[in-house]
Each structure stands twice: as C-alpha cells, then as structure tokens.
Design a protein around this ligand. Structure first.
Ligand code: GLU
Length: 490
C-alpha cells in the first residue's frame, strides 16, 4: 500500500477552533496509526483575511495539543509560481478560459436570471469570446480571471464515511481558479497542493463536501490520482446550532488559558465523533487513540460539544496529573492574569503553589478555577464574601472566638493539619462549644468564604504567618463594622 499522507490545511483567518483542531487530530491520528506522514499547509492566499497572528495561534494550538507535523508548514503564499504554472497548463489544454466579466456585470446578470426564477450559474459569456474580442477587452485594461470549464456529465466520489456521493455537473459553476490579481482560489490551490504533496487521504469538515466534486474534476483534468476523502461531521452546540461563543469558547487557546490539560482536550476532541467500540471507556491516552484509530469508527452524525463532559474529563486528567506539572500551568495563569510578575516568582512560591494544588486538585475542573474561585490562595488580603461576613463573622461573640484562635494558633510551632485540628477541638471542649462554632468563623476569616477544602488542611497550606495575619485583619474588620454600625463585606 502507498504511504499514508494526510494534511491539515487551515486558512489563517482566526484562532484555531475546536472543529479545526479535531480535523487536525483525525489527520494526525491516521498518519500515526499507519506509520505515514502528517503535513501542515497554511492556506493563506486570501491576503486580506490572513494574518501572522492567526498563523502563530494555529501553530501554537497544534503544538500545545501535541499534534506534531512531519512536513511543513508550507505556505501557499510562497507557492504562487506553482499555481500559475498549473493554471497555464489547463488553459493551454483548453480546459480553462479567461473571463473578463466584472463583478458588477455578473451581479446584474445574476439578478436578472434569479428574477425569472432560474438558478444562476456563470453563463459562459466569455467562453464564447473570440480572440479579437478578448484583445479588445485587454486593451481596455480589463484583467481576466481564469475559469475552469466544467464538462457535462456527473461527478462521483467515494466518501469514506458516507459512501458514494454524486453531483450533476450542470449544478456546478465554471468556477474561478485564478483571480485577476494572479492569486489562486481555494479549490484550485488545494488540488494542486494535495496532488504535489501526494496526499493520500483528505479528511476535512463536511462543510467542504460541495467543493469536493469541483476538486475531483480538477484532479481528472490534470490526470492526478484522486485521494480518498472523508468529510467529518460538524461540531454543534447542545442546541444543535453551529458551535460558537454561546456554547463555551470555540477557541483552543481559550482552553489552554483556562488550564485545561492538552491530553484531556485531545481525548475529548477525539471522542467527540469517534468511538473505539469499547462501551463505557472514555479515557484514552494518545497511544490508545492512535492504536485504535480508524475512519470506519468516525460517526456520521454531527458531534455535540458538551462543556460539562469536557470538564469532567479534564478533572479526571487533573487528578491523575503530577503536581509539578499542574503547578507550571497554574504559574502561567497567575502571570497571565497579573497576580504575579515572572521575575517575582521564587522557589518558595512554587513550593506553596504545589501545596495548594495537592489540596485542591480533587476539587477543580480546570486549573484557572483556583484563581477564579479560590483567589484567597494568591492574594495577601482576603476578600470577604459579603454574605459570609454578615452571617458568620458578625455574629455575637465571634470576634472573641477568633481572638482565642489567634492566641492558640500562635503558639503552635508544628503547623500541620492534625496538630491544628487537635488544638481547635481542645479549645472547643474547654469553652463547651461545638467545634463547628470555631471552624466556620475561622474558615471565613482566612478565606473569606463559607465553603472550601478541609479547614485544617487549608490552614496548613496557607501557613502560620498568613493565617495569623488574616485572623487579625478579620477581627479588625469586625470591630470596625461594629463601631460604624454598617454591615461588612467587600
Ligand atoms: N483552508 C481550508 C479551510 O480551512 C481547507 C479545507 C481543506 O481541508 O481542504 O477550511
């Protein structure tokens, strides 16, 4: 069998979205499974819409997901001579022709045709021009586009997911292959490249399925071997609408920045429209996916993006992950969000963050949740949840309880959870109180919140100095609120 060569061919007009990443993943997985090659090609001939930032975002996203490519990135903008050469070839064979119609002229004729209730396709006005007429138009300064002449008949191809697909050629337009500025169109450059790059399998989104007969006709015109095609279903939101911001972000970068693990997103995207047939198995390593991957197991119906499921999967990966690794992700998040400057980070910060992670990794779905919902780990001053402050800290006698906590905890040298627990329980016993009557205010004093991880573990992670400082500030705040008569919070 010939070498399996797959490709991912994004247009760099925006970020890498989940649909694109899944397309890349399937191409990558097939190449890896078959010991073939995965090629990256940037389709940047739309100069007005392509940007360098988008190229960088796409490459970053692929690298982050571990979708390494064997060749490329090739840039179509650097291959213009090749497309011109191949366009000329078609023109010389009489399979392509110059068209001088301006967009305005085309629009006028289109409207007229549509008004008669007839579908518009290019009317071949310029196919019928003689040499003299063409020369005249060129002298007028008109720059022609090159159109591909669609032969009569029908075009079929086999889609690996859907079987045979049939198109009547008369439904297809004599489409433009080279624009008047000398740039190739997508369908044309794509075929030339897929052929020259010896792509064996074209796996892409099914939004391209109507392009495929046009491309097949080009392969036939050049007598290029035709690759296998697989058009994979779109990713939809739960409401069956095309995936967009409303369903959670569609951008891969967003998930990276929120502290999703690349292996988890990889697993999730793979499972989104592919099943290995093993019921109940959801967690697959990269190796397991590559081992099992086949296009036969790709589903035909649209995939539904489910953020809850991704969150669940990510939490499984977080629980299994190494704390140092999670810490490096947390560190990036803290820096990106301005909690700390990179030059301020010391080994003791890292040691502390690792403890935070060890304490919290069972409780989070993505790493940035720590910064978002447990910011008390990363700030000096605690921000009190107003309700917690009012309901717990402003109660009669709480300031005195905290005062005693401060005294008791100050005396503890070995600031570890079991020691702290014993001390607090002892204190409760002496005062004839329930431990909860101490635990609740203490939690709010050191975290600002009513809920969180186990209090004694939390105290241990925060460390003695922070804990004592926070108790003091909480007491002060209680006294201030009391004397001003207004309720606390903030
Ligand atoms: N540049 C096209 C896109 O981003 C590639 C489609 C294809 O894979 O042929 O949609």
């Amino acid at each position: 069998m010939a070498e399996v060569r797959t490709r991912f061919a994004p247009s760099p007009t925006g970020f890498l979205h989940l649909g694109g990443a899944r397309t890349a993943l399937f191409n990558w997985a097939l190449a890896r499974k078959e010991g073939g090659k995965f090629i990256l090609r940037i389709e940047d001939t739309d100069v007005a819409r392509s940007t360098e930032e988008a190229v960088e975002a796409i490459l970053d996203g692929l690298r982050w997901l571990g979708l390494d490519w064997d060749e490329g990135p090739y840039f179509q903008s650097q291959r213009l001579e090749i497309y011109r050469k191949y366009a000329l070839l078609l023109w010389e064979k009489g399979l392509a022709y110059e068209c001088f119609c301006t967009p305005e002229e085309l629009e006028e004729r289109r409207e007229k045709t549509m008004a008669q209730g007839i579908n518009w396709r290019y009317d071949r006005k310029c196919w019928n021009l003689n040499e003299e007429e063409k020369e005249k138009l060129k002298r007028e300064g008109r720059k022609p586009v090159l159109r591909f002449y669609i032969p009569p008949g029908e075009t079929t191809f086999v889609d690996m997911l859907r079987g045979e697909v049939r198109f009547q050629n008369e439904e297809l337009d004599d489409f433009v292959i080279m624009k008047s500025d000398g740039m190739p169109t997508y369908n044309f450059a794509c075929v030339v490249d897929d052929a020259l790059m010896k792509i064996s399998h074209v796996i892409r989104g099914d939004d391209h399925i109507s392009n495929t007969p046009r491309q097949v006709l080009l392969y036939q015109a050049f007598r290029f071997p035709i690759p296998q095609f697989a058009h994979i279903p779109m990713i939809l939101g739960k409401d069956k609408a095309r995936l967009s911001k409303r369903h959670g972000s569609p951008s891969v970068t967003y998930y990276r920045d929120q502290g999703y693990l690349p292996d988890a997103l990889f697993n999730y995207l793979a499972r989104l429209s592919w099943a290995s047939g093993e019921e109940e198995k959801e967690i697959f390593s990269r190796e397991e996916i590559v081992e099992r991957f086949s296009l036969e197991n790709v589903t035909k119906h649209p995939a539904v993006f489910d953020l809850d499921k991704l969150n669940w999967m990510n939490s499984v990966y977080i629980r299994q992950a190494d704390n140092k690794y999670l810490c490096s992700i947390l560190e990036e998040i803290l820096v990106r969000r301005g909690r700390i400057k990179p030059e301020e980070i010391t080994p003791s910060h890292r040691e502390y963050w690792e403890k935070v992670i060890a304490l919290m990794k069972e409780r989070i779905k993505y790493v940035a949740q720590l910064e978002e919902e447990a910011s008390y780990f990363f700030t000096e001053e605690v921000e009190f949840d107003p309700l917690a402050f009012e309901e717990v800290l402003q109660r009669e006698g709480v300031e005195e309880i905290l005062k005693e906590c401060e005294e008791v905890l100050s005396q503890i040298e070995d600031f570890r959870a079991p020691v702290l627990e014993e001390a607090v329980r002892e204190m409760a016993k002496e005062r004839g109180m329930k431990a909860a009557q101490i635990i609740h205010p203490l939690r709010v004093a050191v975290s600002g919140k009513k809920v969180g991880p186990g209090l004694f573990e939390l105290l241990e992670v925060l460390g003695k100095e922070r804990v004592i400082g926070r108790i003091q500030r909480a007491r002060q705040r209680i006294r201030e609120t009391r004397s001003s008569g207004i309720s606390g919070g903030g």
